[in-house]
Each structure stands twice: as C-alpha cells, then as structure tokens.
Design a protein around this ligand. Sequence first.
Ligand SMILES: [Fe+2]
Length: 392
Amino acid sequence: MPHPLMPPEAAIAINDMLEHCARIQPGQNVLIVAAPDGLHGGRNIVDETAIAWVQAAVQQRGAHPTVMWVDMPVRPNVIWPDIPTKDTIWRVPPVLKHAVKGADLVISHVLDLSSEEETKEWNDILSENKVPMVRNMATTAPLLCSAWARTPHELISEIRYRMAEMMKPGDRWQMTHPNGTHLEGSAGEPIRGGDSYAYWRHDGRYRPFPEGIYPAVNPLDTQGVFVCDRMMPVWARHIGIPPRFSAPLRITVENNHMTKFEGGPEAAVIERFLRELAKTVGDDYAFEIRGPHGGVHPCASVTPAQCPDEDYREFIASFHTGAVHMHLGRGGKNFAYNLHTAAEARGATLVVGNHTLHDNGRLGVLDHPAVRAVAAKYPGRPGLDGERWLYG
Ligand SMILES: [Fe+2]
C-alpha cells in the first residue's frame, strides 16, 4: 500500500498524460514531486494513491521514476503588506533544486510549484536546467478518474491552439456579460513575442495536465466596465479574499488602467492590495488591467465527492469553456511572484476581430475541422459533448 487496483478511468487519464502531455521516453529520469501537507488538509492537495499510480505508469514505460515528498516552507497565506522581495520570498527547498538537476522530466503535484502563480524561482530552476515540467493538476485518485482528467489531452490542446489562432494583433476585442461588463480594446503583439498568439505546448518547458487555457490577449487602450464575482483561488489566497466574492466587484477601466473599484469588502481589499503592490512595481503596473482569456475544457467541473476542497473545485472550474477572466495588475521584474490575479466573469461573451471565442460557455472553434478531426479519434471519451459527462 498505497497501491489499490487502478480503475480503467485512471489508467486512461495517466496514459494520456504520459503519452501526449509528458511525451515520456524510455530511459528518462522522471522526478515525481508531491508535498505532504496536501495529504492533511493543506493547499498542495494530493493523495498517495495518485502518486503510486503515476510512478507505476512511468516505470511501465521504461523510464525511471523517483518520487520526492518534499515539505514546502510554512508561511502566511496573505503576502501583503510588506510584499516579499526576491531576497525575502520563500525558497524552493534546496534538496528539490538539486534533484531537478538530475532529472530529464519533472511531474509536479505541488500547487506551490505553479510556474504561473507562485515564486519565479521555480521557473528559473527549471529553465537553468532545461527540464520540462508536467504540472499534473489531477493530484488525487478521484480526480484522475474524473471526466476532466479523462478528456483527451490532444483534443484540449487542439482547441487551445485553434482558439489562439483566431486572435490577431491589431484586432478589436470586446467582452460583455449580462452582469454589466462591457470592456473593449485592441489586441497588441503576443506577450511571448512573435506575431502569432498560437503555439503548441507539447514541446515546451511548461506542460499542464489537463490542458485548459489559451494565451491571453495583450490588450491595448482597454476602456469600459468589468464586473466579476470570483478570483482564481491561489491569488485570492495571496490577497486574503474568498475565491467567490460576497458581492460583485465593479472596476472602471480607462486606457488600460483600473481607475475605480466598487463593490463589497473584496473590492476594498483588492484596491488596498494593488496600492501595496504599487510600492514594488509602481502605480502604472499595479493598476494596469490585462487579458482577457478563458477556459477551453468542456468537462472542467468536478463534484464534492471527487474533490472535497471547494477552492480546488473552483480552480478546476476556471478552465471550463464558460470561464473568461482579466488579470488585475502587472508584476514586472522587481516582483518575486508570477502575478496571476485572474478575476473572472463566468459566462461572458468574448469577441476578437470577427470571431466569437466564448459565448456563455460555447467556444468559437467547435466546428473547426481540425478540432472535429481530433475529437473523432476518441469515441467514447469525454470531449466536445462536455455537458453529457459533467458530474462524473
Ligand atoms: Fe490568466
């Protein structure tokens, strides 16, 4: 123990992850990372069964798994006031840093090692060592069995790529929602450079599983009103607000900058946090609004039985096709975290150029021939018919 019989649902998900996301090769040294706090109610949710299953599957493919249970530093959830600097932020445990040096591939189950939302040090370690990381977000046995994890990785990757292909620098974009949101602006050059928003992740350094989101529009001249009622749990925790707000937050946006915050207690805390952030990154960056982008996973929804943690269920749901978010504030090089204050208006409509990317959960690529072709390769798996697989 712990290695109970693996149900077919988990075998489907893990094989898909290793084949299409990790692209694992025989002979590779694979570092599988988990944190013990997540076994006992901590934020790095995990179970021993999931780790044992992933380890066995890696071994079965002729690769060499090493499982590392590593303690993450104990620290306050809220990062302000006195936002840590690069010198004072929590450090990646040195033993883990050294283990990465000997790995060809990392499979992480640790929320604190999110390269999108946590310390930049982790990204630096991975890139210095040129080691790709699979971020397995299906960190428990029940999550590995979910329709969310069993949806073909290739299909979500195809949807993600085709969504990004619809966005072109110079396009006008518009985000609306019955809650009063009306934002518009134009799309600048993609943040990662080049002139195309679309890129594949399977040969990249960062390989999330399940896949769930496409690159954000780099917005120019954004104007209007953004009304949201929830935030990605990692940054809600860092700021000290609940992921679901007690009252909608209404932000006035002028020329890409947030000029007015209205709403309940969360509105006041977010504004105070951004004022504190401004001491590190300056007013211009702290009050800049960025995005939009959204979820591309038709089955990103799990039940309390599959995941008792409400915040983690909310995190998973942020990858659903109905999820569209903006980012509040920009980090910049003086900031030691990857800033991802993803404030969400679920069910929004997002139009870029003459493409409707999201329309209350319906994606603009459902009839794309390439998406249809990949979906046809996986009969009997959850896919574009996500609503048929929800709650299972
Ligand atoms: Fe985002």
